[in-house]
Design a protein around this ligand. Structure first.
Ligand SMILES: [Zn+2]
Length: 91
């Protein structure tokens, strides 16, 4: 019996992709990036090994998903519980 339980997406990030793109554009332009939620400053977290970036509010913790930068734009990483393709998990 195959129960299809994969309909629920993982927890959505606090910031939507368009928001992150807009914030990142401001960051790159050297502007102050205020948190959309409380207006506090947003810091950039960097994962040097993965060359990934993340915008995190220093006040409320509102965060973007990890993303990488490419010439054609931002590429969002799959964070959190990775969905394993293939059959059902059966230990
Ligand atoms: Zn905030």
């Amino acid at each position: 019996m195959s129960a299809k339980g994969g309909g629920t997406p993982p927890e959505p990030p606090n910031l939507s992709s368009p928001e992150v793109v807009a914030l990142w554009a401001k960051w790159r332009a050297g502007d102050v990036v205020p948190c959309p939620r409380d207006g506090m400053s947003v810091a950039l977290a960097v994962d040097g090994a993965a060359k990934s970036y993340r915008l995190v509010c220093t006040q409320c913790g509102l965060a973007s998903p990890w993303f990488g930068t490419t010439p054609s734009g931002l590429v969002f990483r799959n964070t959190g519980g990775a969905t394993l393709p293939g059959g059902p998990l059966d230990e």
